[in-house]
Write a protein that binds this ligand. Structure first.
Ligand SMILES: *[C@@H]1O[C@H](CO)[C@@H](O)[C@H](O)[C@H]1NC(C)=O
Ligand SMILES: *[C@@H]1O[C@H](CO)[C@@H](O)[C@H](O)[C@H]1NC(C)=O
Ligand SMILES: *[C@@H]1O[C@H](CO)[C@@H](O)[C@H](O)[C@H]1NC(C)=O
Ligand SMILES: *[C@@H]1O[C@H](CO)[C@@H](O)[C@H](O)[C@H]1NC(C)=O
Ligand SMILES: *[C@@H]1O[C@H](CO)[C@@H](O)[C@H](O)[C@H]1NC(C)=O
Length: 500
């Protein structure tokens, strides 16, 4: 099977990643196998990628009587290191830690500049870092951001000892998306181990109903033209009408190349919500990753302009035909034969507890974290209803219940989200030597810190860039404000390294 999607959406529904027959949807709704941060484009230089290393890690950092350990994957690159230089640590997030980040990406440029040694620690339960024999609910209790932060702390402590770094050695951590949240939290929780943090596109406020996500998406389409966004709303209205009678259902099956026919009794409401959400995620993926420098041979050229050009093109047909055109274009791009929208199938796959290659990509694990710690559900609820409010919070909570069991209901998630915000301080995070970086086009900026009056923890809000844009390798086409942001970050790191 091929998960070629280089699109990593920290979207709550990860179904696609695990679904062999629906690789195109990974582009849309799932985070891909690398989590939310894409792969950097490798320049034409030939690189030797570093080998995987293994660190012996505790299973449960919060129970001193539990001595169980497991092997956590990491990478090291000391090619740029100068004696007494700083140590840079890329924080693995909800996906496979990809060795390409050890040779390319903006943090590597900083490492060259400052003579840093670079480490990259994969997040527990993702990629090859398997703390438990399987992903059963009883084993997933060791999957949390708190455990992940403690993993990082033990890692730093042990590397300091193993490499005999002096006690003056400064660690700077980097991370994007959920990894960006972890970077900021790492500095807050372990300031004696981490001297500074570059926190990119990190959501810091846990929130169950992340309805603002699609507001940002809608605004990005509206910035192109009012007609673009109006067409989306109209297409959804048409879809709604067609779904209510048999002839309309058949038309949709054909136009959207559905893998399975629509249940004419209209009893399978979850299937329909899933269909709406899948189509909406097309726009989410395109906006969240608009024109960044990820490696994405198949889909890099599909931008907000591409889809809006299609949406306003009356030659293609009425609005729903244009929506179908975009959906089919995505199917073609990822060589999918049909659009899989079946809820039951998705749930079956997310219930699978084995460490298969699909699970290594993290669908079930990230779902677990959203059901217990973060929420982050990108619902259709915001007014005006662009998508006719067809995938509200209860659609996502039902998934938690169907995947993990009846205990994983709204009450459990409410207390989980409150807990997360108490433990970390949400948007009132009090830190120094942290820079929060966000792009205005990236919907995730809504849950992060985009303005700050604290000179010790400034925010850089880049007008016009997408998710994690500052982390990818630079290109001459980058917007001047992105180039400027990279320089500001470098200057901040320089300041931190000078300070004690
Ligand atoms: C580092 O170790 C030296 C010698 O043991 C000690 O004098 C110094 O205070 C230590 N510095 C820090 C920052 O702990
Ligand atoms: C994107 O590029 C591929 C090949 O490079 C091409 O086949 C495809 O038509 C392009 N798509 C768009 C929307 O420009
Ligand atoms: C998708 O591929 C099919 C079959 O090759 C082709 O007929 C159709 O025009 C393509 N659609 C789009 C939107 O690219
Ligand atoms: C879980 O997934 C693996 C690999 O795809 C498969 O072999 C196994 O049968 C699945 N288990 C269940 C219970 O579906
Ligand atoms: C952001 O960029 C857009 C277009 O490039 C411009 O119209 C807008 O005024 C900018 N906003 C800010 C706050 O600078």
């Amino acid at each position: 099977m091929h998960f070629n999607m280089q699109f990593l959406l920290l979207l709550p529904i990860i179904l696609n990643i695990i679904n062999i027959s629906t690789a195109w949807r990974t582009f849309l709704r799932g985070r891909s196998k690398y989590g939310n941060l894409g792969e950097p484009i490798l320049s034409s230089k030939t690189y030797v990628l570093p080998e995987e290393q293994w660190f012996t890690q505790y299973l449960d950092h919060f129970n001193p009587t539990d001595a169980r350990v497991w092997k956590q994957k990491y990478f090291v690159n000391s090619n740029f290191y100068k004696p007494n230089g700083p140590i840079f640590l890329m924080i693995g997030a909800e996906g496979i830690a990809n060795a390409k980040w050890m040779v390319e990406g903006q943090w590597i440029e900083y490492a060259k500049e400052f003579g840093a040694m670079c480490f990259y620690l994969e997040h527990r339960y993702y990629g090859k870092s398997h703390p438990t024999p399987d992903l059963s609910v009883k084993n997933l209790i060791y999957l949390s951001s708190q455990q992940a932060l403690a993993d990082l702390a033990y890692f730093i402590q042990n590397i300091n000892i193993g490499y005999k770094f002096s006690n003056e050695t400064k660690w700077i951590v980097f991370g994007g998306s959920y990894g960006g949240s972890l970077a900021a939290w790492m500095r807050a929780k372990y300031p004696h181990l981490v001297h500074g943090a570059v926190s990119t596109s990190g959501p810091l406020l846990a929130q169950i109903d992340f309805q603002e996500y699609f507001v940002v998406v809608a605004n990005a389409l509206k910035d192109y033209s009012q007609k673009c966004i109006d067409t989306v709303a109209e297409a959804y209205r048409e879809l709604n009408i067609l779904l209510h009678h048999v002839a309309g259902q058949q038309k949709i099956e054909k136009r959207f190349k559905l893998c399975d026919p629509i249940d004419p009794g209209h009893t399978k409401r979850m299937d329909i919500s899933n269909l709406y959400e899948t189509l909406a995620s097309n726009f989410a993926g395109i906006v969240q990753y608009n024109k960044d420098n990820r490696q994405s041979s198949q889909t890099a050229n599909i931008t907000i302009e591409t889809v809006c050009d299609i949406l306003v093109d009356e030659k293609i047909g009425i609005p729903i035909d244009r929506l179908a055109y975009i959906s089919n274009m995505m199917l073609n791009t990822t060589k999918e034969k049909c659009l899989d929208y079946r809820y039951g199938k998705m749930i079956r796959e997310l219930r699978n507890i084995t460490w298969t290659s699909e699970q290594a990509e993290g669908g079930r694990q990230w779902m677990y974290q959203t059901c217990t710690e973060f929420g982050f559900y990108q619902t259709s609820t915001a007014k005006p209803n662009l998508f006719s409010d067809t995938f509200p919070v209860k659609f996502f909570i039902q998934q938690c219940i169907d995947i993990f069991g009846p205990r994983y209901d709204i009450d459990l998630l409410k207390s989980g989200v409150t807990r997360t915000n108490i433990l970390y301080g949400a948007l009132n995070l009090q830190v120094t030597n942290v820079v929060f970086v966000h792009g205005s086009v990236d919907p995730w900026h809504v849950l992060g810190i985009t303005t700050s009056s604290n000179t010790q923890a400034p925010a850089i809000y880049i007008n016009g860039t997408a998710h994690c844009a500052d982390m990818y390798p630079s290109s001459e086409n980058d917007m001047p404000q992105l180039k400027e942001a990279r320089i500001q970050i470098k200057d901040l790191i320089k300041q931190w390294l000078k300070s004690s």
